[in-house]
Structures are given as structure tokens and as C-alpha cells.
Design a protein around this ligand. Structure first.
Ligand code: NAD
Ligand code: UDP
Length: 350
């Protein structure tokens, strides 16, 4: 058994940590804080005065996402795989578990580790939550519904998931971890929240992530054919990152409601698009005159996905505000800058 590491954030000790004006400042642990959603969340929380501890093994996250935060005295980064047990010195008030590769090619690269990240990583974080009396939010996923045979998908839908397909390491890892969180609440009264996140996009996605928005935008900006899997009529519902952060933080901060705040909540944008419609929009907004290459649809790729967000609207008063067209504009700008920076680096080396 590996020894438990202890991480000591610079703000963990000292008289000022939880006294006087600092008394209301929260310390928030973000597992997966160097990833797309995590690094955006870290900025949001720091801006509102929280202290942030980021734990990440940089498996799919990028140091570029958090470089700008390192000088901030309220931010601490620890390179660590959450599958290995760890503790954190000092108070922790909130834990967001965003650690897990989210892109299909990335989570399928080491499927057993993906399962361990969800379940054993989740267990390790729950143990910290229990010891610190912290509230903990699990980033679950629309993939718990698998390839759904109803649309839209409400939380009550139990899903259609293949336990032995290429996506199962992600889907079943997330499903089992929902159960782990649910039982940790029932058995040990851990204050849990479970967000079922639907496809989210925006700045700080990895250009080489392999998901559809990053692929199409990078391909359009670099003059390559757009890669369409299947015939492109499969659907997804895309949520802009700022809307997702509003939803995640609202769920985290929501106090108990009837019937229960501890059950899963769908977070996503209910506007549904085919991949061909997404390709059209990306081409319109970038002005790219590129071809489309059609590839086989990957096994078990869901044909439709659209959240029913009635529960989030009712208990959180939350719904997304940013239409896909409007969210793609800053996203395209971000990828344009990333591509330029990468080209400058290559130019500098040559
Ligand atoms: P991402 O891949 O950009 O970020 C995941 C982060 O977790 C990365 O920084 C990665 O290095 C880190 N990580 C992975 N395994 C780890 C481990 N064992 N120990 C420590 N760190 C680890 O993905 P994202 O889009 O930011 O997604 C964040 C979370 O939200 C994930 O749990 C994902 O399953 C969930 N989610 C995302 C979406 C989406 O559309 N973005 C949809 C549904 C669910
Ligand atoms: N997809 C595509 N071209 C790409 C990448 C993905 O047509 O270059 C398709 C993929 O097959 C899926 C949809 O786009 O039907 C969304 O894929 P993504 O990997 O972004 O997310 P997920 O399948 O996990 O929802």
C-alpha cells in the first residue's frame, strides 16, 4: 500500500487563515484543476475571494491552463494522481471532483486507469471530505445515460449503457462513482452533490483534446478537412463554459431542498444540434472553406443527447444563457491564439 502524501498549501496555517476578515473566505480543493473546466472554475473562485488548492496529475490537463495562477498567493498546485491516497493540511470547505479525462480518445487510452480515477480517486476525495467536513461535488456525466432511447433525458432515466464497450470505462466508472457518493451520504452523512454534465466547450480546452468542438475549430482554422464521424446526423447539446460554471457553483452552494439536493442534477444546454449543423456553424464563423472527411462512427457513440433541465431550473433557478453561436465566438478566438502561439514556438525552435 502506498504511503499517504500530505500537501501543505502556503495558506494552510498562520493566525490569519480563519480569523477576522478572512473568516468567510473558503478553501476550495479542485481535483482536476488544470483541466478545461477545472482551470476555468479556479479563476472564477479566486476572483470571488476563495482560496484554491489544485490537485492534478496533468494527464489531460495542461500546465498552460494554470501558469498564470501560480504567482497568486491564494492558489496552490500539487502534482498528484488522485488514485493515490493523500491529505491536505489545514481547512477545506469545498471539494470539486473534476479529475477524469473527458475526451473519448483520452479516456480510452488507459481504460483501467480511467476506472480507477473515477472510483478510487472518488473514494480518496470522499475520505478527505469526511475528515474535513467539506461539501463535495462529483462531476458525473450525460454518459451515464449511454446511447439513450428517450429524448430529452431526465435524471429519472436509467440509461442504456454497454458495460463492455470502449466507452464503458468512462460511463461505468462514473455510474459506480455516483453510487459511491450516494452511499457515502446515506451511510456517513457526507454532504455530496452530483452534477451530470452534458457536453461543455469554451476557452482552455486542449486544442489536441479530440472532442468535436476543439477538432472542428482547429481544423477550420488550420485549413484541414473537418472530420465527421458517421453521417453527422447524431446530436449533442453544447453548453458554454460560463453557463456551466454558474450551474456547478449554484449546485455546490445550494442547501437542502425537497425531495433531496443529494440526488443527481443534469447541467447542460437543452438546444440540440447535429454534428453537420455544428460543422456549418464553425465554418460560417471562421469563414473556412474546407472539405469534410467522413469516418466510421465509433462503437457505442450515442446517436442523440439532450438534457431535460427541469430539475436544475426548479431547485437551482439555473438555466444556460449563452447560445452556441455566441459561445463559439470567444472559443474560436481562444483557439486562434493557441494556434498562433504554437506556430511561434515552432518558428522559434527552427
Ligand atoms: P479535462 O480532461 O480537460 O480535465 C480533467 C482534468 O483531470 C485534467 O487536468 C487531468 O489532468 C486531470 N486528471 C485526470 N485523471 C486524474 C487523476 N487520476 N488524478 C489527478 N488528476 C487527474 O476534462 P474536462 O472537460 O475539464 O472535464 C472535467 C470533469 O467534468 C471530468 O470529470 C469529466 O468527466 C466531467 N465532464 C466533462 C464534460 C465536458 O463536456 N467537458 C462532460 C461531462 C462530464
Ligand atoms: N465527432 C465528430 N468528429 C470529430 C470528433 C467527434 O464527428 O472530430 C462526433 C463524435 O463521434 C460524437 C460527437 O461528435 O458523435 C461528440 O463527440 P465528443 O467526442 O465531442 O463528445 P461525446 O461523444 O463524448 O459526447
Amino acid at each position: 500500500m502506498s504511503a499517504e502524501k500530505q500537501f501543505v498549501p502556503p495558506f494552510a496555517s498562520g493566525a490569519g487563515a480563519l480569523s477576522g476578515a478572512s473568516a468567510h473566505r473558503r478553501t476550495v480543493l479542485i481535483a482536476g484543476g488544470a483541466g478545461f473546466i477545472g482551470s476555468n472554475l479556479a479563476r472564477r473562485l479566486l476572483a470571488q475571494g476563495d482560496r484554491v488548492i489544485c490537485i492534478d496529475n496533468l494527464e489531460t490537463g495542461r500546465s498552460a491552463n494554470i501558469e498564470g495562477l501560480i504567482p497568486n498567493p491564494d492558489f496552490a498546485f500539487f502534482l498528484h494522481d488522485i488514485v493515490e491516497p493523500f491529505t491536505v493540511k489545514g481547512p477545506v470547505d469545498r471539494i470539486y471532483n473534476l479529475a477524469c479525462p473527458a475526451s473519448p480518445p483520452k479516456y480510452q487510452r488507459d481504460p483501467v486507469h480511467t476506472l480507477k480515477t473515477s472510483f478510487i480517486g472518488g473514494l480518496n476525495l470522499l475520505s478527505i471530505a469526511e475528515k474535513k467536513h467539506a461539501r463535495i461535488l462529483q462531476s458525473s456525466t450525460s454518459e451515464v445515460y449511454g446511447d439513450p432511447d428517450i429524448s430529452p433525458q431526465p435524471e429519472s432515466y436509467r440509461g442504456l449503457v454497454n458495460t463492455v464497450g470502449p466507452r464503458a470505462c468512462y460511463d461505468e466508472g462514473k455510474r459506480a462513482t455516483e453510487t459511491l457518493f450516494y452511499e457515502s451520504h446515506r451511510q456517513s452523512h457526507v454532504d455530496v452533490r452530483i452534477a451530470r454534465i452534458f457536453n461543455t466547450y469554451g476557452p482552455r480546452m486542449d486544442p489536441e483534446d479530440g472532442r468535436v468542438v476543439s477538432n472542428f475549430v482547429v481544423q477550420a482554422l488550420t485549413g484541414q478537412p473537418l472530420t465527421i464521424y458517421g453521417d453527422g446526423t447524431q446530436t449533442r447539446s453544447f453548453c458554454y463554459i460560463e453557463d456551466m460554471l454558474d450551474g456547478l457553483t449554484a449546485l455546490m452552494e445550494a442547501d437542502e431542498v425537497e425531495p433531496t439536493i443529494f440526488d443527481p442534477v443534469n447541467l447542460g444546454n437543452p438546444h440540440e444540434f447535429t454534428m453537420l449543423e455544428l460543422a456549418d456553424l464553425v465554418q460560417d464563423l471562421t469563414g473556412a472553406k474546407v472539405k469534410r472527411d467522413f469516418h466510421p462512427l465509433p462503437k457505442d457513440d450515442p446517436l442523440q443527447r439532450r438534457p431535460d433541465i427541469t430539475r436544475a431550473k426548479t431547485i437551482l433557478g439555473w438555466e444556460p444563457k449563452v447560445p452556441l453561436h455566441d459561445g463559439l465566438i470567444p472559443t474560436i478566438e481562444y483557439f486562434r491564439d493557441e494556434i498562433e502561439m504554437a506556430q511561434q514556438k515552432i518558428g522559434g525552435v527552427a
